[in-house]
Ligand binder design. Structure first.
Ligand SMILES: [Zn+2]
Length: 741
């Protein structure tokens, strides 16, 4: 699972920072060590092969392997055994006993105005042998409750709160009824749709894939193209992990043996509603037979008849039986111990569990991980052990509620706070050729620099390919013409929401994160058709992007593991925080930012431009925050200069390096508020969060308070941000003093 939200904004990184990436100059390295690093990277990049990527991908896509299943657990053992053979160290399988979810049976029958028995299964596709596998599950959603209901059907569009407002305006209540919603238009996480339906008092939610979103309206469908065919079912969990991820019964602590467990009835992330996904084949008769008013234009879809709101004559009988309860999930962990700084960790991870075969999600990432670890093992055998420790994890139950990574992160939170340099996540490695790189802003320059040293299958550098993708997507977003010159150096996406295994690292522990993926047209997400056939015909025939992912993932990790001084750029971070604050103020005119409006701020001074009646003071003043950002930025710039000078001057004193690196590691931790954001204490990061829809949400505590016009909370959240900025400024100034005694 990854966040499918498409609102991506990009960070402008000063050109000056990127132009220093000429031969044998690498951010964070002395000249001599950059030369050595380049040699290590060249060796590393030569190891992964498309043939091996494909072979590994076949192993992981051979059978369905949902979280908790026998096959998924066998794959954990397979990874463990392979890693040992490859030369990884301290390989161990960690067990977490969590509240799992499995389907028993489901049936859906329209009983009025006409009879229709839903298929609830995906039919085999010609040429795709795997699609005949009898082990492919039917329609189900993780964490649905069991139950039975006969009730009228209401079409509730995307199932977001504003959709129910429109229904109310039309006099349609959904209380006790079955709501039929679609996945996108606009996209929101299915768990948010379920929570919304639950809050509205619906008896059940059916969610279907409209061909307009990912089917024949987009292009050729599987097996002739990458889009979703008639019987495609998008499975998925409806867990309310935007409130708290991981095992619902151990919110905030690890599900290790003997752990306290809260009753499932009290678990905030456990849904209390029945829910089932449908193919458009099964949704069509339900939509066609609805009565009531015609739905608005924006609610219409691709099925070729007018969609109505329904609510009265059409009745459906729905029965779902689930097998939810305690079961073990397994995280596989291995490492290459650092030669010089074993207690500084660079952590890498990918989830193993898939809704069915997981051709893209996540087996493309798992195949890339297996080639990455083979190459790392090979380097070690040739005497090229990294300076810092690389920890590599195969997560379980990501699809259910980011479960395995969350439990692991909660278990090792103290150790991670002391040791973790960064976490690099790969979920869906490859669904096409378009690179997307995410990073906290302090690591954006190093990620961009890294892509300059890799070659895209198009023949260009990965950096140039990334630039073109970004330019094209920005142009498409504006519906303007393609102009590759429109992009300067703003490539890394620094808007980081939730939806994958980086969440516990960033939001709970305060570890800087990077996320990597190649994307393309992909209409079979979370279905039985996301398989080996799809990858070999559409996603990555030839496995070149899988190979590139192994190379990129590894080189990024090696740079972080081998750097003399960690390649963080806090001036860039400051600039990014300023953008976040500017966006908040530009969207909310109750918030004052610049000193120029100070007349309105101070009610005792009156206001020359406010007219005779005067204007009420702005309820929130962020001028002090602006100053704090300026100070943080200038401290970051000074530190950048000092670090560059120091690295240029030759070998770095080991004790000084430890002081500097541990200081820089501390910056991300400082962004955490131990109390969490209001209402969601698990999510502690004050710069990054996610909305309930899964959309990224910057300055989450402050933004939500401003949007709710809760000014006391907004002021308190602003103070927390200001204090964190001040702490980090002090920290950077201390590091700068250590560099310039
Ligand atoms: Zn995934």
């Amino acid at each position: 699972m990854i966040c499918k939200y498409s609102t991506i904004l990009f960070l402008a990184i000063p050109l000056s920072l990127l132009n220093i990436a000429h031969a044998q100059s690498i951010l964070g390295f002395t000249a001599a060590h950059a030369t050595r690093e380049t040699a290590v990277e060249e060796k590393f990049k030569s190891i992964p092969t498309p043939a091996e990527e494909r072979r590994q991908h076949r192993i992981f896509t051979q059978e369905p392997h949902v979280a908790g299943s026998k096959r998924n657990n066998e794959l954990a053992e397979y990874i463990r055994d392979e890693w040992k053979k490859q030369g990884l160290e301290d390989v161990i399988i960690r067990r977490y006993d969590v509240y799992g979810t499995n389907p028993k049976s489901a049936s859906l029958e329209m009983i009025a105005p006409t009879h229709y028995q839903a298929v609830l299964r995906e039919t085999p596709l010609p040429g795709d042998g795997d699609s005949k596998n009898p082990a492919i599950s039917g329609a189900w959603l993780g964490m649905s409750i069991s139950g039975e209901v006969t009730a009228p059907v209401v079409y509730a569009h995307s199932g977001n709160p504003e959709d129910y407002d429109l229904l109310r305006k039309n006099g349609i209540s959904v209380k006790g009824k079955i709501v039929l919603v679609r996945y996108s238009n606009p996209y929101s996480y299915r768990g948010f749709k379920a929570l919304t339906a639950q809050r509205e008092g619906a008896a059940a939610m059916l969610v279907y894939s409209d061909p307009q979103e990912d089917g024949y309206k987009k292009g050729k469908v599987d097996p002739d193209g990458p889009w979703g065919p008639e019987y495609k079912i998008q499975r998925g969990a409806i867990t309310y992990d935007f409130i708290v991820p991981g095992d619902p019964q151990t919110p905030g602590w690890a599900s290790i043996p003997g752990a306290k467990r809260i009753p499932i009835e009290q678990a905030a992330s456990a849904p209390k509603i029945m829910a089932l996904p449908l193919s458009w084949h099964d949704a069509k008769p339900l939509l066609e037979n609805l009565d009531g008013p015609i739905a608005p234009d924006s609610w219409q879809g691709g099925l070729g008849f007018p969609y109505r709101l329904g609510g009265e004559k059409e009745k459906v009988h729905l029965e779902i039986e689930m097998d939810n309860g305690l079961q073990p999930y397994y995280v596989v962990e291995g490492r290459i111990r650092g030669a010089e700084l074993p207690d500084e960790w660079v952590v890498l991870g990918n989830h193993r569990d898939a809704w069915v075969f997981g051709g893209v999600d996540p087996s493309s990432g798992t195949a890339s991980m297996m080639e990455l670890t083979r190459a790392l093992g090979e380097l070690k055998k040739q005497g090229m052990r990294p300076r810092r420790t690389l920890v590599i994890c195969s997560w379980d139950g990501e699809e259910v509620g980011l479960t395995g990574s969350t439990e692991w992160g909660e278990q090792f939170a103290d150790e991670l706070r002391a040791k973790a340099v960064a976490y690099i996540n790969v979920d869906e490695a490859t669904s096409g050729p378009n690179f997307h790189g995410q990073a906290v802003a302090s690591l954006a320059p190093m990620l961009e620099e890294t892509t300059r040293t890799l070659q895209d299958p198009s023949g260009k550098s990965l950096y140039d390919a990334w630039r073109e993708t970004t330019a094209r997507e920005k142009a498409e977003a504006r519906s303007g013409p393609f102009d590759s010159g429109a992009v300067n150096s703003s490539l890394a996406d620094t808007r980081i929401g939730s939806g994958s295994d980086h969440t516990v690292f960033l939001n709970f522990v305060g570890v800087p994160v990077i996320g990597l993926g190649f994307e393309g047209d992909y209409g079979v997400y979370h279905s039985g058709y996301d398989d080996f056939y799809w990858m070999n015909h559409f996603g990555d025939p030839g496995y070149k992007y899988h190979t590139l992912m192994s190379q990129l993932w590894g080189v990024t990790a090696l740079r972080l593991a081998n750097a003399d001084l960690l390649p963080f750029d806090f001036a860039t971070y400051a600039n990014n925080v300023r953008q976040f604050v500017n966006e908040l103020t530009s969207k909310n005119n109750s918030v004052i930012l610049s000193g120029g409006e100070a007349g309105a701020k101070d009610p005792t001074k009156g206001c020359a431009t406010c007219g005779a009646s005067g204007t009420a003071p702005k309820p929130l003043d962020l001028v002090d925050i602006q100053k704090a950002i300026d100070n943080f930025e200038s401290a970051g710039k000074k530190l950048n200069q000092s670090l560059t000078r120091k690295l240029a001057a030759g070998p770095i004193d080991a004790k000084l390096a430890v002081t500097l690196n541990h200081g820089m590691m501390q910056v991300e931790r400082t962004w955490l508020n131990p109390d969490g954001i209001p209402g969601r204490p698990w999510f502690k990061h004050i710069l990054y969060g996610a909305r309930f829809t899964y959309a990224h949400l910057e300055l989450p505590g402050l933004t939500e308070a401003v949007e709710a016009q809760d000014w006391p909370t907004a002021k308190q959240q602003a103070e927390i941000l200001e204090r964190a900025l001040e702490s980090n400024t002090r920290l950077l100034n201390q590091l700068n003093s250590a560099l310039n005694p």
